[in-house]
Design a binder for this molecule. Sequence first.
Ligand SMILES: [Fe+2]
Ligand SMILES: [Fe+2]
Length: 552
Amino acid sequence: MAFLTSLNGVKAKKIFLAFFTLSSLFPILIAIFMVNNYIVPLIGSAQAGLLDDSFYLGLSAMLFFSLISFFLMYRWLHTLEHVTAKIMTMSEAVSKREGEFGAQHIDEDHEFAASSSEKQTEENEIHTLIRSFNTIFQTAADQLAERNHLRELLARLIGIASSLTAELDFDRLFPLIVGNVTEAMLAERTSMYVVDSENRELWTKVSEGVKQIRLPLGQGISGRVAETGETLNIVDAWELPYYDRSFDQNNNFRTRSVLCMPIKNRSGEIIGVLQVINKKGKDHFDEEDESFMKGLTSQIAIALENSILVDEILLSFNSSMSTLSAIVDARHHFTAGHSERVKEYSLMIAATMNLPKEEFEPLKYAALLHDIGKIGIRDEILMKAGTFTAEDWVEMKSHPAQTKTILDNFHFPRHLRDVPELAYRHHEKVDGTGYPDGLAGNQLPMGSRIIAVADVFDALTSRRDYPKYAFGQTMDSELMSLELVIDILLKESGSHFDPQVVSAFMQSLPNALIRYRGEHFTHDYVDDTLRRLNPELLSDQKLAASEPNKRQ
Ligand SMILES: [Fe+2]
Ligand SMILES: [Fe+2]
């Protein structure tokens, strides 16, 4: 850089001018001085005139050639300075990583460089310099473009990875992956399959633009990749003997290029297959596409595993909660299934009331676990047949507080932190005459008001050992007629129950009856009411449609 700087600008020209003066003009001035002071006095004035003529002619010629060479040297120096300046500018840009180097180029046909007559035959050093620097710039430009491209791919990969790993819901993860991959791979279509090794099948939830598909392992492109674990990069799928064109023909699609890759988990097991179809703008997917998709599949594997893990944790949490509630219900054969039904009724009411989505889950677990405190009630009370004494009631009425104590010891996730409170207040009444605290109206969480209706409805429509206790009169322990139950709910609306909840329950009642018709309820018990409220539900078609729900 010091060398370039010394060549640059006025400084170089000054050095050159001093050099020229010393090497050309100074010797001429010495020659004039020598001739005039020593040679002319020596040879005499007779021949001095002749000497003068030839001497000054010679001097003029020397001066002329010196000036010509000065002029040429000066121009050469100017060219060198020009090139150096350009190199310096570009070098600075390189060091600052600025600009697009692809466009940087020193013109080899610069007027001074081109004007040299030696250009055709000899290697001009300026040209060599220009060429070598142009090569450097081109290399820098290529490397920068490559680096920018890689940076862009990496940013895209990181973006996709973070959005995928943030999504833990299996149903939402599928379309998210498919959409992202199609965009990132510049493909027309993407399919992702999950391996079902038990059934030796591949299945997909979403395949953009086409319906759900299940494939046997080993069949077709995806089936082969899932079986062998090898990547397939195909230019034209229709050339493959094992490719089934009927799928394309049925969906009015033409599959050409295909890149199909296994999705492997951390232990190397193939958990799925990712397939992109028809590269846009090219006739096939290249090596770069392969490495990029490899990066994608490793992120997808993590996201898939996470969501499967979350599903399993949720499944295990749900089954633990259901088991806990069933343990309490199972202490007495008449209360079997009580908590599960209260949960179902509560969710039906919440759906009818269009409760905010985030209130459903707390309600579900609170309804399921509302009576878990009964685990602390002695058998003599819980199993007692006949009327309760005042002491019996004191113990029986302690169960909501015991429920809260038990549930407070649970580590519920943040979105379920209201569960203990909702369950605790299921025996409160909107007029403030309930227990444990006698809270009224809006002081009571909506979830508790919903569970209260569902709980009483199930108690009245189920057999109990003890007389029905909620109505200030002694009734038998058999299940009440639905007509009477409805009557009681409506009458207690505004005193015991929130009228809004009762109204929502009345709307969902036909579905609640159908839900347990033939299971908890006999046909005889519910059919009259159903015929009165919604006879359509009893049509064969509707009954058939409700069957799958019952198996869940
Ligand atoms: Fe209770
Ligand atoms: Fe209950």
